[in-house]
Design a protein around this ligand. Structure first.
Ligand SMILES: Nc1ncnc2c1ncn2[C@@H]1O[C@H](COP(=O)(O)OP(=O)(O)OP(=O)(O)O)[C@@H](O)[C@H]1O
Ligand SMILES: [Mg+2]
Length: 558
């Protein structure tokens, strides 16, 4: 689970850069610290004739005595110091931005890694838009917090300390006033920010709902058009957009009010402090130059106080986002078995044995109940059974998409727990009943990012009876198939998904209603070509039509 603590542990992993960044930050703070002091003190020395430290230091080097030159020299020094401070502060920004982006990247990666192993049961219930929204919006919220914490908090705390020391040195009574007033105002703000953070959570929730409906509606737009339901769906999306508008408005407004209100409090405390300063000059406890210097420092003090307040604000927002991200990490994982034995090595196919297997999707309704069966190496079996009898389910548990509740499954007499599902999916090819396509090229849909020579791809296409179709296309393998393969016919999609599995050259093949959309002649050609291809492999064919069943050695009825 992610927590503020784990985020800081992640930040601390970058010790070297962090150390460097903070050293640079200290230098930039120290360099700029005297700037607010120099010109105001010159007022005392040149106009009121009090003190004389700065002029005497300059005299050591130049020996001029002309007030005009003192002013110019001090002006150049302050400008120079500011410029040097800026260089260091830019360097610091560069270093900490790197850390903060690295940390948010790690969080995103952790979420993605978890999604990769989330159990299919949980996956079935996930809205892709909702997950996307969390990974984008909430991680962004954390990003702001991390940037503020590594980038600003240390520097600002340092500035706060440095300025406090100078202030105490200049006049401790007046310094105490401002140093007490600031924390008091900050404490008042804490409570307000907590409330505002709740609104941030609500805003992100509405973004999530919106993104979920939007993604799903766009995915299924065909279906919506067919049923003439555009108005209804657009209306729903519009309602959700309105909710985002209202909640963002509330959050934006309240957080601005909270921030402005806190700034006002700080301005007030500063005005009280300035009034006190003038009073102290009046009764002779302070010189005008020192008063002006103290005023400038009080001004310098504003920034760290403001930034620290902002940090607290971001902290509460980040906490709300962390809660939402942990919802992803709380999703149950798929059981992971270490690959101990490879039963497929040096084999052309595999035997499959199910012993007393029971399975239910929801823990209540058993889809498979005490099923036992044995398929020999290289055997071709057909599985038939009425619709809803669990044929696709059986195929899915064979490759471990869903873990079984009871019983055991063996490949070449090795229990699946000793093989690991990764290995199994490498060698067991499964043509899904309803294959899905990416809105990408034919090549990508066939290879899913793996590298194959064109000849190999065309070979698979030939077996799948798709070669002539692809060869006739102007852009051949580079043709885009459209969203969910809409530019292809149902039968072309089926054959594409067969070719996709053939490319892997698996040792066991499972066809789930893979030729249901083909005409009899094409189906026959495909089965003939396949027969040769799968000669040595173990094949499970699920089909309703007798004609679709590859010359099976055995028919199993579920
Ligand atoms: N992902 C799922 N989550 C929950 N229940 C499911 C899921 N998939 C299928 N089921 C249920 O399991 C039962 C068996 O479904 P399955 O898809 O295995 O049937 P089938 O024999 O392949 O049917 P068909 O011939 O129509 O393809 C059905 O009652 C179905 O409602
Ligand atoms: Mg099915």
């Amino acid at each position: 689970m992610i927590s503020i603590k784990s985020i800081f542990q992640e930040i601390l992993k970058h010790k070297k850069v962090l150390l460097l960044a903070n050293t640079v930050a200290i230098i930039s703070t120290l360099v700029v610290l005297p700037v607010a002091l120099l010109l105001p003190l010159l007022i005392d020395e040149l106009i009121l004739g009090k003190g004389g430290e700065i002029t005497s230091i300059i005299d050591n080097f130049f020996n001029i005595g002309e007030p005009m030159y003192y002013i110019l020299i001090v002006l150049f020094i302050t400008m120079g110091l500011k410029a040097i401070g800026l260089v260091f502060s830019l360097l610091h920004i560069r270093l900490f931005t790197k850390i903060s982006k690295e940390v948010t990247y790690t969080i995103r990666k952790r979420l993605l890694n978890h999604l990769q192993v989330v159990s299919m049961r949980e996956y079935d219930l996930l809205g892709s838009g909702a997950v996307a929204s969390k990974i984008i919006t909430d991680v962004e919220t954390i990003d702001k917090f991390v940037a503020s914490s590594v980038g600003e908090v240390v520097v600002e705390l340092l500035t706060l300390m440095g300025v406090s020391i100078v202030l105490l040195w200049l006049n401790w009574q007046l310094a105490l006033v401002i140093l007490v007033l600031n924390p008091v105002t900050m404490f008042i703000m804490l409570r307000t920010f907590k409330n505002v953070a709740k609104m941030k959570k609500k805003e992100n929730q509405s973004i999530e709902t919106f993104q979920n409906t939007l993604t799903e509606s766009l995915e299924l737009y065909n279906q919506i058009r067919v049923q003439n339901r555009e108005k209804y769906f657009l209306n729903t999306i519009d309602q959700q957009a309105k909710e985002i508008r209202d909640r963002s408005y509330l959050f934006g407004l309240k957080s601005e009010i909270a921030l402005e209100f806190s700034r006002l409090l700080i301005f007030y405390s500063h005005d009280i402090f300035k009034a006190l300063g003038i009073f102290m000059v009046l009764i002779g406890m302070l010189t005008i130059g020192k008063m002006l210097a103290i005023f400038s420092y009080a001004w310098v003090l504003m920034r760290p106080v403001d930034k620290l307040m902002n940090f607290i604000h971001l902290y509460f927002n980040a906490k709300a986002s962390i809660e939402r991200l942990n919802e992803i990490l709380a999703l149950e994982k798929e059981p992971h078995y270490l690959a101990q034995i490879d039963p497929f090595e040096e084999k052309k196919s595999a035997s499959i044995v199910l012993k007393d297997v029971s399975f239910s999707y929801d823990g209540k309704h058993q889809v498979l109940s005490h099923l036992s069966l044995a398929i020999k190496e290289g055997e071709k079996v057909a599985i038939v059974g009425e619709t809803g009898s669990g044929k696709s389910t059986l195929a899915q548990i064979l490759i471990g998409l869903y873990p079984i509740d009871e019983g055991e499954i063996f490949y070449n007499d090795i229990e699946v727990k000793k093989i690991g599902y990764e290995k199994i999916r490498d060698h067991v090819g499964f043509v899904l009943q309803a294959p899905l396509m990416f809105n990408n090229t034919l090549r990508f849909n066939l290879t899913l990012g793996r590298e194959y020579a064109d000849e190999v791809i065309y070979e698979a296409l030939k077996v799948a009876q798709l070669f002539e179709f692809v060869d006739g296309l102007e852009q051949k393998l580079e043709t885009i198939v459209g969203k969910n393969g809409t530019k292809l016919s149902g039968g072309q999609r089926q054959r594409l998904s067969i070719a996709r599995v053939l490319l892997d050259n698996p040792k066991v093949m499972i066809f789930d209603e893979s030729t249901s959309s083909l005409d009899d002649a094409t189906e026959k050609k495909l089965l003939d070509a396949l027969e040769l291809y799968v000669k040595d492999k173990t094949v499970i064919t699920i089909a309703h039509r007798a004609s679709s069943i590859l010359r099976a050695d055995r028919v199993i009825k579920l």
